[in-house]
Design a protein around this ligand. Structure first.
Ligand SMILES: [Fe+2]
Length: 411
């Protein structure tokens, strides 16, 4: 059987492959993020183990678990999936695929961005390094907005620097009314437990709809947005080869923000869309958000850490506490947002008690997702059950070293 991600020899990886990458510069990318952290060890069921020690300017690897402050036990398959970035710490922890003999989740969470730097050469996000520039070389105005009359190269540059983009007045009031009517129709048809919708519990204890997935399959009018020239133009601004995913990865979905959600997934915490895994399969991804209502502090906004999308960063409770900059995007009805799925972002609770925003997201992923993820499934399915999203096959590719991937992205 053809394999998608080849097996990795645990010993060779730690004794030869990774030390070579560390020496070639990956160690320096990780060093600042792990300075002072307790050493981290991975141990397989057969007892083989390696410990990562922070060292000035890099990392030292030693066999065994001696002095490990955080000791992670996991299967070889889980370790391979982690190294290939098919599964993240969040995913493995959530599903019980790893346990801690010493230390805890936070101990490994603090290491994870640095591990991505060591494994793949992806820099760790550090606000001190942030230097976003416009095409003229001036500091990027992160509050800048665009219209469809603007130059594609200006918009592309902004999106690739910041990881998000705000384009005003993309859809007419009549078009938005049609989309709202379709969104209402889908909302009325949705039922808790139908697996195509997400629900939350309000402050009054009521069950309320917060998201309808695969909206483009249930509504041809909404599905037509996946082919809309304006949406496709915005999606290609990411500079990536991407395809709409009508029948997998949740498809095109409608978000219904709630003013008083207490439990559930109505208010997404800070995350990256590959936070459960799949980065090596479907990123970079691009999401075009059609604003069916104004997005304001009162109705609910989208927040971003600018410049985070090409880095490895922790999914923390509040990036501000970690010294990261945050940009809130305020939109009008008919505007579109565009964002890279692996930008660190959040959709916090509306501050007002009135009607909250509805946004329709058209998702675009790397075409590799069609060879890996089955129709009707996606990496978010882990929320519903633990057996979901097992890649049906594995691509023939080595553990990705993004030194070369970056060159592809820039091309
Ligand atoms: Fe997201």
């Amino acid at each position: 059987m053809k394999t998608l991600f080849p097996p990795i020899d645990f010993d060779t990886f730690h004794r030869e492959v990774l030390p070579a990458r560390i020496a070639a510069g990956h160690g320096a990318l990780a060093a600042r993020a792990i300075a002072g952290l307790p050493p981290l060890a991975f141990r397989l069921p057969d007892g083989r183990a390696f410990t990562f020690f922070p060292r000035p300017g890099g990392v030292e690897l030693r066999p065994g678990v001696e002095d490990a402050g955080t000791l992670v036990d996991l299967s070889l398959a889980a370790w391979e999936a982690f190294v290939h970035e098919i599964r993240t710490l969040y995913r493995l922890y959530y599903t019980g695929e790893l346990t801690f003999a010493h230390g805890d989740f936070e101990g490994m969470n603090a290491w994870e961005p640095a591990l991505r730097a060591l494994f793949h050469g992806r820099p760790v996000f550090d606000a001190a390094d942030l230097d976003l520039r416009d095409r003229s070389g001036d500091p990027l105005d992160l509050q800048r907005t665009f219209t469809l009359d603007d130059d594609d190269e200006d918009m592309r540059h902004f999106l690739r620097e910041a990881g998000f983009l705000h384009v005003r007045g993309v859809f007419s009031p009549d078009e938005i009314e049609t989309m709202r009517a379709e969104a209402r129709r889908l909302a009325e048809a949705a039922r808790p437990g139908d697996r195509n919708s997400w629900w939350a519990i309000t402050g009054a204890g009521e069950t309320a709809l917060c998201r309808v997935n695969y909206a483009g399959l249930a509504s041809p009018r909404l599905g037509a947005l996946e082919e809309d020239p304006r949406v496709r133009r915005l999606a290609t601004l990411g500079g990536e080869v991407v395809r709409a995913v009508p029948d997998r990865m949740d498809g095109t979905f409608v978000l219904f923000k709630l003013p008083d959600a207490r439990e559930g997934m109505a208010d997404l915490p800070w995350h990256i869309d590959c936070g459960f895994g799949g980065h090596s399969v479907f990123c970079p991804s691009v999401l075009v958000g059609v604003q069916l209502d104004a997005a304001t502090p009162e109705t609910g906004q989208l927040l971003f850490v600018p410049g985070s999308w090409r880095t490895a960063c922790r999914q923390v409770a509040d990036p501000v506490n970690d010294g990261m900059p945050v940009v809130a995007v305020e939109t009008a009805v008919g505007d579109c947002t565009v964002h890279m799925g692996d930008a660190l972002h959040a959709a916090p609770s509306p501050k007002g008690a009135g009607p909250a925003r509805r946004t329709l997201y058209v998702q675009f992923y790397h075409p590799a997702v069609f060879g890996v993820v089955e129709p009707g499934t996606g990496f978010n399915d882990v929320i519903f059950d633990q057996d979901a999203v097992v890649p049906k096959s594995r691509p023939e590719a080595p553990v990705p070293d993004e030194t070369s991937a970056s060159a592809r992205i820039e091309a």
